[in-house]
Design a binder for this molecule. Sequence first.
Ligand SMILES: [Zn+2]
Length: 185
Amino acid sequence: MTYPENVNKKSVQQEWDSAAACAGKKEGASGLDKDIQWYDHICDNYEEAEEFITQHDSGWYDQLAVKYRTYPELSSKKMTDMKNRLEKAKARLDELNGFHFANAKSQYVGCKKCGSKLSLRYMKSNYCPLCKADLRPESKLASIKSVEDKIYKLALDIGKEERLLEKKSKAKSTVQWLVKVEYHS
Ligand SMILES: [Zn+2]
């Protein structure tokens, strides 16, 4: 169970004592076998708190509590904008990288590297089947390069913004208690 940092520890104890008494009525239980042990230690996150409790648990009806941090999910308009722009740029790159000669008016394309004259009727790729040279015109390759540069820069900026948001998130973290109780039923 989780509780806010400033929870009334006595009332949590009472809550679980009654639960245990109720569950173990037939066996004459009057509450938890042991009192909850409240560790004054703050774990970095929920998983760490679970780990902490597992390590401190003797396995014999231990009642344990430890503090841990929770972080708000932070987002910014800048981040949303950049992610949208990245998606668009990626879609544009896919489009640019499609088969360039799909709607070509000529029947043939010449390979500047090996000098082959290739029939577009049988071509499915932008590369020369003989020498693997890129057959697309310079202007097309330049557009592709420019979109790739844009994607690279956006990815860097998104990474920077993410780290900034993480920092803010840490500053705005709140502390909660993770309480583990165990009783017969
Ligand atoms: Zn070639």
